[in-house]
Write a protein that binds this ligand. Structure first.
Ligand code: NAD
Length: 497
């Protein structure tokens, strides 16, 4: 464990905030929390950094992000292991998270030469109209514990090529991985400067703090964009504070993701996708599968295989290569899971398997993932509980299944398993899934970097990562240039003195 911390110079941390590993509950470090005054000073410094960074040509900014990606490649194993140590996801997923950081860096490097605006024909002779994208300013990034490094990279890689500076407030549950990223960033700065390029101080800073620090960041007038990832409760608070000063926010909030399994589905494939979707990351992904909506004619067959597969899942130390399910993040997460299971039973549910705590011979909150059969989509089913609970509902007609899938407050990810082209197309059509992500024959989690990531309704409406989500990190300017000798007005208005 020490060697992972040592790789980033974090073996002897000290401060007023203890950091625990969910793997065994032991303390792995301590950090000093920043005050609101520190936050103000960081934003000031980020403002100065922005003024210098925006003038660096975008492809040169891209070269910086290319070096950041190289640095991440060099330390993929160490950072992946630190992610596992601090947030408890299995090592394969810890490494996958770092790979996602590398992928977004690659994406951003290409983007640095493609921050395209467009030109439009002017109605006035001798005029040229165009749209230009300029750097935006200081970007505040607030992240959740369950993707302690990748979500920062999604935001930072894009913000940096777009010419912005970044102030990052990671989760108070995972400050060490954030400090490790800060070290990786500093190593990149050294290499970039050695190539003769300029990097202003304060280009990327980490606030170590909790809710207070996040609130101070959101309230600051000089933070042009707040990109916040976390619970819907947090997102509502962030949206209100940022809107009160007419700032811009990008929200990536809770999900309540469903899979529809039709009679035409490849059931064996569906079972495998359900397993990864519902129990992967111990059910602690925003895109985790939480609701299974299965046709009544295939329910018995599917549930038989699924319960068997659930009972065979290997739960234990996330560093062991054979483990599929590691610990929950903390005691509060375990208690929330127990409460949701009790509520589900009160609301007519029947626990088919799992739910209890598993003794793996170490501290930490390890649980057996649960499947709960429900006769209706009750309140507990409509609520995101950040734990491995899969609620099962049955349907008879596809439109009823789609209605059930859409009838929750969240709108992040969704999927259908079918080999029938009509069913698949109906699910992805205007009258189909209302989510930001709609998959066919793929589970709801495990998105790729190239697509825009995010969801509708209480998921917050934000889009990050691929496609044109970079536009959130820039300001659009419409420019009209008159190169004629006349001064015609638009709409043919005559205004002669
Ligand atoms: P959380 O909401 O408790 O905390 C997230 C972050 O927000 C932390 O850094 C926290 O300190 C900060 N925060 C809390 N209250 C704040 C406030 N009032 N103002 C400013 N900052 C505040 O979430 P969590 O428990 O760390 O993570 C789990 C949640 O995150 C789940 O709901 C999950 O679905 C969601 N999530 C969403 C996505 C997505 O992309 N949609 C990705 C990962 C996690």
């Amino acid at each position: 464990m020490q060697d992972v911390l040592k790789a980033f110079g974090l073996e002897n941390t000290s401060g007023n905030w203890p950091v625990y590993s969910p793997v065994d509950g032991s303390q792995i470090g301590a950090v000093a929390m920043h005050t609101s005054n520190d936050v103000l000073a960081m934003v000031e410094s980020a403002k100065r950094a922005f003024v210098a960074w925006r003038e660096v040509p975008a492809p040169v900014r891209g070269e910086f992000v290319r070096l950041l990606g190289e640095e991440l490649r060099l330390c993929k194993s160490d950072l992946g292991r630190l992610v596992t140590l601090e947030c408890g996801k299995i090592l394969q997923e810890g490494l996958g998270e770092v790979q996602e950081m590398i992928d977004i860096c690659d994406f951003a490097v290409g983007l640095s030469r493609q921050l395209y605006g467009m030109t439009m024909p002017s109605e006035r002779a001798g005029h040229h109209m165009r749209e230009v994208w300029h750097p935006l300013g200081v970007v505040g990034v607030i992240t959740a514990f369950n993707f302690p490094v990748a979500v920062w990279a999604w935001n930072a890689a894009l913000a940096l090529v777009c010419g912005d500076s970044v102030v990052w407030k990671p989760s108070e549950k995972t400050p060490l991985t954030a400090l490790a990223c800060s070290k990786i960033f500093e190593r990149t700065v050294v290499k970039f400067r050695a190539k003769g390029h300029v990097v202003p101080d304060g280009l990327m800073q980490v606030i170590v703090g909790g809710r207070d620090a996040g609130e101070a960041l959101c309230a600051h007038h000089d933070v042009a964009l707040v990109s916040a990832t976390g619970s819907t409760r947090m997102g509502k608070a962030v949206a209100t504070t940022v809107a009160a000063r007419l700032g811009r926010s990008l929200l990536e909030l809770g999900g309540n993701n469903a899979m529809i399994v039709t009679p035409q589905a490849d059931i064996e494939m569906a079972v495998r996708a359900i397993l990864f979707g519902a129990v992967g990351t111990a059910g602690q992904r925003c895109t985790s599968l939480r609701r299974l909506i299965v046709h009544k004619n295939v329910a018995e067959k599917l549930m038989g295989s699924l319960v068997k597969a659930y009972e065979a899942i290997r739960i234990g130390n996330p560093f062991d290569a054979s483990t599929l399910v590691g610990p929950l993040i903390d005691k509060a997460a375990f208690e929330a899971m127990q409460k949701a299971l009790a509520d589900a039973v009160k609301q007519g549910g029947c626990v088919l398997t799992g739910g209890g705590r598993v003794d793996v011979g170490a501290g930490g909150y390890y649980v057996r993932p649960a499947i709960v059969e429900m006769s209706a989509q009750t309140e507990v089913v409509s609520t995101e509980t950040f734990a491995p609970i899969l609620y099962v509902l049955t349907y008879e007609r596809l439109h009823e299944a789609i209605a059930l899938q859409n009838d929750v407050p969240q709108g992040l990810s969704s999927c259908i398993f079918t080999t029938d082209m009509r069913e698949a197309e109906q699910f992805t059509s205007i009258t189909g899934s209302d989510c930001g992500i709609a998959n066919v024959n793929i589970g709801p989690s495990g998105a790729e970097i190239g697509g825009a990531f995010g969801g509708e309704k209480e998921t917050g409406g934000g889009r990050e990562s691929g496609s044109d989500s970079w536009k959130a990190y820039m300001r659009r300017q419409t420019q009209t240039v008159n190169y004629s000798n006349a001064l015609p007005l638009a709409q043919g208005i005559v205004f002669e003195v």
